[in-house]
Design a protein around this ligand. Structure first.
Ligand code: DGY
Length: 323
C-alpha cells in the first residue's frame, strides 16, 4: 500500500512505516502547491496528514483511491468526518500523547497573562526597564480563583489538575457530557455555558472545534465576563472572534488573553492584538515538545500500519466505520 506523508515527521514514525513494508511517498519539495499536494493524495491509499490540509466532500470525490487518513494531530476539525464515515474511511488522530504538553502551554499562557509577561519582556528588550514603581504594571494572583474549562477531556483535565494543585483553583466546566473522574478527583462542577462565562476568573478552551462553535466567544459573551477574566485558547482560533476579543481587551471588559491559536494562522504581524500589553500570543506550539511530537509520530504511524494490515486503527475518531 502507498502512504503519502505531506510533511516531515520524527524518525520513529518513519521507522514504524518502513517496518510495516509500506511504500512511502514524500512531497517533492518543502512547499508544494495545492495541486502538487493533490496529485500525491490521488496516488495514495493512505495519507499521514500533518498540519491543516482540508479533507472535505470535494477532496474525497477527487481522490477516490484514498482509503484511510491518519492525522498527526488530536484535533480533527480539518476533516468532514460525516463524509469520511459515509465512505467508510477511517480517520485516525493522536490523543493523550500531547495532553501534558498542550495543557502546559495553557498553564503557561494563563500565568504569562496574569503577570503581563510578554509586555514586560518587551520592555526589558527595548531598554525600558524603569525605576521601581509600587503602582506600575500590577498583575493579579491566581490563588483560589475559578478556572472555567470549556471541554473537559484529557487536555482540559491536565490543565484543571495543574491549576488546582498549583493555585488551589476551583474548577467549573462545560462539556457535552459530565466528566465523572474530574468531578471526583478535582471537585470539578458541571455548569451551563452561560454560568461558565459569567463566573470564571480564567477560561481555558480545550474542546474539539466544530463549525457550530465558530465565534462562540464574541461581543455578547465577552460582555458577560468578569473584568478580571483571563481568556486562554490553546484549542482552535475559530472559537473566538478576534475583533470582538480586541474590543473586550481595550475596553477593559476582560483582563487579558493568552492565545496559542489564532484565526487565521499564522497571525498577521500587524494584528492589533499584538499591540496590547495584556495579550500573549504563541505560534501554535501546544504539542511542540520532543516527547509529544515523537508520541504523535508513533501513534499516527501505528494507525497507518494497522489499517494497511486490515486491522482497526488504535486511535480512530470514527470507529463506526468498522461496524
Ligand atoms: C492538535 O493536535 O490538534 C494540535 O493543535 C496540532 O498541533
Amino acid at each position: 500500500m502507498k502512504v503519502f506523508i505531506n510533511k516531515r515527521i520524527p524518525d520513529n514514525g518513519i521507522q514504524i512505516l518502513k517496518e510495516g513494508n509500506l511504500e512511502i511517498i514524500f512531497p517533492e519539495n518543502e512547499n508544494p502547491s495545492h495541486e502538487e499536494w493533490l496529485e500525491n493524495c490521488k496516488k495514495a491509499d493512505i495519507i499521514l496528514s500533518v498540519g491543516k490540509s482540508k479533507y472535505d466532500k470535494e477532496f474525497f470525490a477527487t481522490c477516490p483511491n484514498v482509503k484511510a487518513i491518519a492525522l498527526f494531530s488530536v484535533g480533527f476539525d480539518q476533516v468532514d468526518i460525516a463524509e469520511a464515515t459515509k465512505r467508510k474511511i477511517p480517520i485516525g488522530n493522536t490523543p493523550d500523547v500531547l495532553s501534558r504538553a498542550t495543557s502546559d502551554v495553557a498553564f503557561l499562557l494563563m500565568q504569562m497573562v496574569s503577570r503581563r509577561a510578554s509586555y514586560n519582556i518587551d520592555k526589558v528588550k527595548s531598554g525600558n526597564w524603569n525605576e521601581f514603581d509600587a503602582l506600575e504594571e500590577l498583575g493579579q494572583e491566581l490563588y483560589g480563583k475559578t478556572l472555567g474549562v470549556l471541554g473537559l477531556g484529557r487536555i482540559g483535565f491536565e490543565m484543571a489538575e495543574k491549576c488546582k494543585s498549583a493555585f488551589g483553583m476551583n474548577i467549573i466546566y462545560h462539556n457535552r457530557n459530565h466528566n465523572e473522574e474530574a468531578e471526583k478527583e478535582l471537585g470539578a462542577k458541571y455548569v451551563s455555558f452561560d454560568e461558565l462565562v459569567e463566573t470564571s476568573d480564567v477560561i481555558s478552551i480545550h474542546a474539539n472545534f466544530t463549525p457550530e462553535q465558530s465565534d462562540i466567544f464574541n461581543k455578547s459573551t465577552f460582555e458577560k465576563m468578569k473584568p478580571n477574566l483571563i481568556f486562554v485558547n490553546t484549542a482552535r482560533g475559530g472559537f473566538h472572534n478576534e475583533k470582538d476579543l480586541f474590543e473586550a481587551l481595550i475596553s477593559g471588559q476582560i483582563w487579558g488573553a493568552g492565545l496559542d491559536v489564532t484565526n487565521p494562522e499564522p497571525m498577521q504581524k500587524d494584528s492589533p492584538l499584538l499591540e496590547l500589553s495584556n495579550v500573549c500570543v504563541l505560534p501554535h506550539i501546544g504539542s511542540a515538545t520532543l516527547e509529544a511530537r515523537s508520541g504523535m509520530s508513533k501513534l499516527a504511524s501505528e494507525n497507518v500500519v494497522a489499517f494497511a494490515k486490515g486491522e482497526k486503527m488504535p486511535t480512530c475518531v470514527n470507529p463506526e466505520v468498522y461496524n
